[in-house]
Design a protein around this ligand. Structure first.
Ligand SMILES: [Ca+2]
Ligand SMILES: [Ca+2]
Ligand SMILES: [Ca+2]
Length: 423
C-alpha cells in the first residue's frame, strides 16, 4: 500500500508538473497563434474593392451579398451596378463566389501626371503679369485659329483632375460648373494646382493678363476626382467619367494615369466614347509603357514634346501613342490666383483637348459622288457632325510628323496642329 501510496504520490507529482507544463505550452502556443494572427492581419488588411454586380440586381440582393461577405459599402458609383466595398481577404474571396457578382477589382490609386520639376510661383502677394502667348499654344498654332473667330465657344470640356480654381481671374469666366467626387469635400475648387494648370492650357481667358488657353472661349467643367496631393481613387475617376457623360461634356481631359489595367476603368472609357465623348489622356511620364487610360484604344494618347519639338526622355512610349503636344516648361494658371510653369504629359494632353475643341467647330467636308456615296475624307459618314473617331483621325492626319517618318512609338502621328485641323 505504501508502495502504491508512494507511486500515487509520484503520480500526483507527475500530474501536477504535467499540468504546469501543459499550461506553459498552452500559453506559449497561444502566444504564437496570436502573433500569427496579428501577422495575418497585417498581410491581409481590409481594402477598397470595386464590386461589379450583375445588371438589374436589386438593392436588397446587393446588400445581402455585401453583408454575407462581412463587407462595408463605402459608396455606390454613378454607374449603378458598381459599388466600392471595404473587404478583408476572406470577404473578398467570399464575395467573388456570389452569382450576382460579375467582378471584384482593386480600387487602385491613380496619379496626376506632372513631373517633379514644376516651377511653381510661390509669391504671396499675387502679381498680375501681362498676358503672354505660352510657347505651346503658339506651337500648336491655336493662335492662328482665333482670328477666324473660332475660339471653342459652346464646346464643353470636362477636366477630370484636382479641381479648378474658382477664384482665378484668368479662368473663372470659362468655368461653367463641375462636381467633386472626392470624399472630403463637395467643392470642385482646386486644392492642388494641377487641375487649374491643365484647365488654363485648354481655356485660360484671352484678356490682358497671364496666360491664354488654346480654346479661350470654351466651357470648362471642373470634375474633381484627385485630391490635394494629386492622387485619387479609381472609383472617383470612373464616377467623374460618368458625370461627364450625363452632363453634356463633348471632350474629357484625363491628365492622370496608372500602370494597372482595370476592366471597370476601360469600360468607363468605352461608355464615354460610345456616348460621343472624346477622351484625351496623358501617355505617362515614366519613359516606359503607356499608362491607362491612355493605353485604351478608345482614348487619344498624348506624348510630350519640348520647345525644339523633341520628346523628353520621360515621355512614355508605345504603339498606343496617338499624338504629341507641348509638355515641357508650360506656363499656365495655377491654384488660387497664381501662375506656374510645369512639365509632364499632363501638360501635353490639354493642348490636344483644346485642339479637339477647336476642330469640333470646323466645317464638315461632307461630299457625295455622282452615285450619292459619301466621299468625305474626315466626316466619313457625311452626317455633318464630328464623331470621336472622325475628330481623332482629323487631328492625326493634319499633325506635323516628327521622329521616324509616319506613325511611331514616341510621337504617334506627330505634333498636333489646331490650325491645320481647322482646314
Ligand atoms: Ca489671359
Ligand atoms: Ca460624322
Ligand atoms: Ca513620326
Amino acid at each position: 500500500m505504501e508502495g502504491l501510496e508512494l507511486t500515487s504520490k509520484i503520480m500526483e507529482y507527475k500530474h501536477v508538473s504535467a499540468f504546469f507544463i501543459a499550461i506553459f505550452i498552452f500559453v506559449a502556443f497561444g502566444f504564437v497563434v496570436a502573433q500569427e494572427q496579428d501577422q495575418n492581419q497585417d498581410q491581409n488588411p481590409s481594402s477598397r474593392k470595386i464590386i461589379v454586380f450583375k445588371e438589374g440586381l436589386s438593392d436588397a440582393d446587393e446588400a445581402r451579398i455585401i453583408a454575407g461577405s462581412r463587407g462595408t459599402r463605402l459608396g455606390r458609383l454613378r454607374a449603378g451596378n458598381l459599388s466600392v466595398v471595404q473587404l478583408d481577404k476572406a470577404g473578398e474571396a467570399r464575395i467573388a463566389k456570389y452569382q450576382g457578382v460579375v467582378r471584384v477589382e482593386d480600387d487602385i490609386v491613380v496619379d496626376a501626371l506632372e513631373t517633379v520639376n514644376g516651377n511653381v510661383q510661390k509669391a504671396k502677394a499675387p502679381i498680375v503679369p501681362a498676358q503672354v502667348l505660352p510657347w505651346g499654344i503658339d506651337r500648336i498654332d491655336a493662335d492662328r485659329v482665333w482670328p477666324t473667330s473660332e475660339t471653342g465657344a459652346g464646346v464643353n470640356v470636362g477636366v477630370i483632375d484636382t479641381g479648378i480654381s474658382i477664384s482665378h481671374p484668368d479662368l473663372a469666366a470659362n468655368v461653367k460648373g463641375g462636381v467633386s467626387e472626392v470624399w472630403y469635400t463637395s467643392s470642385y475648387n482646386d486644392d492642388n494646382g494641377h487641375g487649374s494648370h491643365v484647365a488654363g492650357i485648354i481655356g485660360a481667358l484671352a484678356n490682358t493678363i497671364g496666360a491664354v488657353g488654346g480654346a479661350p472661349s470654351v466651357n470648362v467643367y471642373a470634375i474633381k476626382a484627385l485630391d490635394r496631393n494629386g492622387s485619387g481613387y479609381l472609383s472617383d475617376v470612373i464616377n467623374g467619367i460618368d458625370w461627364a457623360i450625363t452632363h453634356g461634356m463633348t471632350v474629357i481631359n484625363l491628365s492622370l494615369g496608372t500602370d494597372v489595367d482595370v476592366q471597370s476603368f476601360h469600360d468607363a472609357v468605352i461608355r464615354a466614347k460610345s456616348a460621343g465623348v472624346i477622351v484625351v489622356a496623358a501617355a505617362g511620364n515614366s519613359g516606359g509603357a503607356v499608362l491607362y487610360p491612355a493605353a485604351y484604344p478608345e482614348a487619344i494618347a498624348v506624348a510630350a514634346t519640348d520647345i525644339s519639338n523633341t520628346a523628353p526622355y520621360w515621355s512614355s512610349r508605345g504603339s498606343e501613342v496617338d499624338l504629341a503636344a507641348p509638355g515641357v516648361n508650360v506656363y499656365s494658371t495655377y491654384k488660387g490666383t497664381k501662375y506656374a510653369t510645369m512639365s509632364g504629359t499632363s501638360m501635353a494632353t490639354p493642348h490636344v483637348a483644346a485642339s479637339v475643341a477647336l476642330a469640333l467647330k470646323s466645317a464638315s467636308d461632307s461630299a457625295t459622288d455622282v452615285l450619292g456615296n459619301c466621299i468625305a475624307v474626315y466626316d466619313t459618314n457625311c452626317d455633318g457632325a464630328w464623331s470621336p473617331d472622325e475628330i481623332q483621325y482629323k487631328l492625326e492626319a493634319t499633325a506635323t510628323d516628327l521622329g521616324v517618318p509616319g506613325q511611331d512609338d514616341v510621337y504617334g502621328w506627330g505634333l498636333v496642329n489646331a490650325y491645320a485641323a481647322m482646314q
